[in-house]
Design a protein around this ligand. Structure first.
Ligand code: 5RP
Length: 221
């Protein structure tokens, strides 16, 4: 057991029969999906709304039925990971590049729960580079703007050195900020930059965080 597995498996307690469940993305969510598939094999019935192609592939492999975000009127609960989480339950997401679909699914959800290991808990956000999803057309203009603001952007690349492409066909600029003094103000600023589709700051969007520790215990905030 590690912290990610502990948190991922604990999240199954949040799921009841008949729910529509937002399925996040990442290595912690992997353990949640595994636990969900086990419960479904024992008779639990849920429908999933996936936040990435990777999660779609896992859900298919484990026979978790899925529907599209467009076809649901509500999502009861979304279980997702995070890259950093502060004491107010604000955080950074998008390390896996799925921030846009993750935010869309989160916003359509009645309840939002993060599952993280203890290394994701921080007093102040910003040490983890903040992902910003940008339209490929003219992306260098957004990069220049971010450079002018001293946000230290770096174009995310894949293993072969090509620009990383999100599921929606966009690029990602990772902002190396080190410290974010006011997450809400920065989120608002980035929301208004033409060419930025979405950013990985999730402010006032999370109801509960399950933090898993290496010894398997869980802290809930
Ligand atoms: C993907 C995400 C992930 O939830 C985040 O990167 C955490 O991933 P992991 O559980 O693998 O540490 O936001 O876009």
């Amino acid at each position: 057991m590690n912290g990610k597995e502990a948190a991922g498996r604990k999240a199954i307690d949040e799921i009841s029969d008949g729910m529509t469940v937002g399925l996040g993305t990442g290595s912690t969510v992997y353990y949640f999906l595994q636990a969900l598939a086990e419960k479904m094999a024992d008779g639990l019935s849920v429908t999933g709304v996936a936040t990435s192609e990777k999660t779609v592939a896992l859900a298919k492999e484990w026979n978790i039925p899925m529907v599209s975000l467009n076809s649901v009127s509500r999502i009861d609960v979304t279980i997702d990971g995070a890259d950093e989480c502060d004491p107010s339950l604000d955080g950074i997401k998008g390390g896996g590049g799925a921030l846009l679909y993750e935010k869309l699914v989160a916003k359509a959800s009645e309840k939002r729960i993060w599952i993280v290991d203890d290394r994701k808990k921080v007093e102040q956000l910003g040490h983890f580079p903040l992902p910003v999803e940008v339209i490929p057309f003219g992306w260098k203009k957004v990069q220049a703007l971010m450079e002018n603001k001293q946000y230290h952007p770096a174009l995310r690349r894949n293993e072969t050195g090509e620009p990383f492409i999100t599921d929606a066909g966009h690029y990602i600029l990772d902002l190396h900020l080190e410290k974010i003094q006011n997450a809400a103000a920065l989120a608002d600023e980035l929301d208004h930059v033409t060419g930025i589709v979405e950013h990985g700051l999730f402010v006032d969007m999370t109801d509960k965080v399950l933090i898993g520790y290496p010894d398997g215990h869980i802290e809930t905030i």
